[in-house]
Design a protein around this ligand. Structure first.
Ligand code: PMP
Length: 415
């Protein structure tokens, strides 16, 4: 770690005249590989399997524009005004109805509206983590969460997953190892449904076990669940929060079920934690955007939002099928992948000897982009893995992208 006044380790920053001024915590702030890629990957000739952008073309834009116009005409003086850091009350009630689909019995007072669930991750880390505290997270894990943990100088210890999600025995082992080293685990960060990036779902029979281990060791659970309603067969799994409300902080979002650009998410916290979150939100943004919250609220009350989620699910299932059949058709022997039952992502392991980070510039030259595996680990693992996002391109483009990717991997094997 760099102390204030000491030069930072990153080479690129050494040209920065403000170097000596930055707080020590900025040493952990590095650009994610995915963001660095964004500009090249969005060129039209490149099939981008890199970013997790939702398929917004499925939205009813005409009726939405009428609703948004009406909202400003009828309630503009409220919609364009400051609000409370806690969030718009009617939206917090509607959020409780959404969470009820996963068995959660939440009270609107315990919901704090956030600027996307990314802000929830930042706030939760801010209120719980001191520098050096340990956060347990699946390996691999969501890159934006790893960014928040490192910005607050928390240390991430990864816990293994298999096809049924987080492995309880591995969790138990990790907790004991951290305790033995005299360190403090602040929370377990987990994405139980349709994991980003691994695509797997925590088996229902494992859920109670994970909660029990965390309870026994006094570890809070942070459940991040933006994809939970996007199961391709329509199954919704019981949220961890539904069975252990006092020990689970739940993060939700409208980014994948409605519109990511509105940046409306939420945290459902145990009652005692709620107040700290509101204070953290206040100091970060004063309040989440009132207009966007009212747009979501109006959408939930005037549109068939469950029907829209079904439409999204069908679109994503078709894209998943395109990705899987193209993988089966083109990938060289020695590659393995999972078939996700929901969400946006396939996690691919390439044949031995291929390094997905080193391969990326060559893949972009061959007009396909992906997210290399190392970005999803805090400890440098993942060089034989990569994430394919099938959410955004059309099925035809996905098939072409996977075909190009397979050719790049085959060329790499011959190097
Ligand atoms: N958590 C996970 C697991 C995600 O995949 C994402 C978005 N990719 C987020 C949180 C953040 O979502 P948002 O801020 O748009 O709600």
């Amino acid at each position: 770690m760099n102390l204030p006044g000491q030069p930072a380790k990153q080479g690129a920053r050494s040209l920065d005249p403000h170097l000596r001024r930055y707080a020590a915590r900025t040493a952990g702030m590095t650009a994610s590989e995915i963001r660095a890629l964004f500009a090249v990957a969005s060129r039209p000739e490149v099939v981008s399997l890199a970013g997790g952008m939702p398929h917004l073309a499925a939205l009813p834009l005409d009726s939405l524009s009428v609703e948004i116009g009406d909202l400003i005409a009828q309630d503009g003086l409220v919609a364009l005004q400051y609000g409370s850091a806690h969030g718009v009350p009617e939206l917090r009630e509607q959020i409780c109805d959404v969470m009820a689909l996963e068995g959660i019995n939440g009270h609107p007072d315990d919901v704090v509206v956030t600027v996307g669930s990314q802000m929830g991750l930042d706030m939760v880390t801010r209120i719980f983590c001191d520098p050096g505290d340990v956060v347990l997270a699946e390996g691999p894990s969501y890159v934006g969460a790893l960014g928040s943990f490192s910005a607050y100088q928390a240390q991430v210890v990864h816990v293994a997953m298999d096809a049924d999600g987080l492995v309880p025995a591995a969790l138990q082992e990790a907790v004991l190892a951290v305790e033995k080293a005299g360190q403090r685990v602040k929370f377990l960060y987990t994405i139980p449904n349709f994991h980003n990036p691994a695509g797997v779902t925590l088996a229902v029979r494992r859920r109670a076990e994970v909660l029990e281990i965390c309870r026994r060791h006094g570890i809070l659970v942070v459940e991040d669940n933006p994809y939970g309603l996007l199961g391709f067969d329509g199954t919704t799994y019981p949220a961890l929060r539904s069975t252990d409300p006092d020990n689970v902080v739940y993060l939700g979002s409208f980014s994948k079920t409605f519109a990511a650009g509105l940046r409306v998410g939420w945290v459902l916290a145990p009652h005692a934690v709620r107040e700290k979150l509101v204070l953290a939100a206040e100091s970060a943004t004063l309040c989440p955007p009132t207009l966007n919250q009212l747009i979501v609220s109006r959408y939930l009350s005037t549109h068939d939002w469950k029907g829209q989620i079904k439409t999204y699910r069908e679109a994503y299932r078709e894209r998943r099928d395109a990705a899987i059949s193209a993988l089966e058709q083109h990938m060289p022997v020695g590659s393995t992948w999972n078939k996700p039952n929901g969400g946006f992502y396939v996690w691919l392991t390439v044949p031995e000897g291929v390094d997905t980070k080193a391969m990326l510039p060559r893949a972009i030259t061959q007009r396909v982009a992906y997210a290399s595996g190392t970005g999803f680990y805090a400890d440098g693992l993942g060089s034989r893995q990569l994430r394919i996002s099938y959410c955004y391109p059309t099925p035809e483009r996905i098939r072409e992208g996977v075909r190009r990717l397979a050719n790049v991997i085959k060329d790499e094997m011959e190097l």
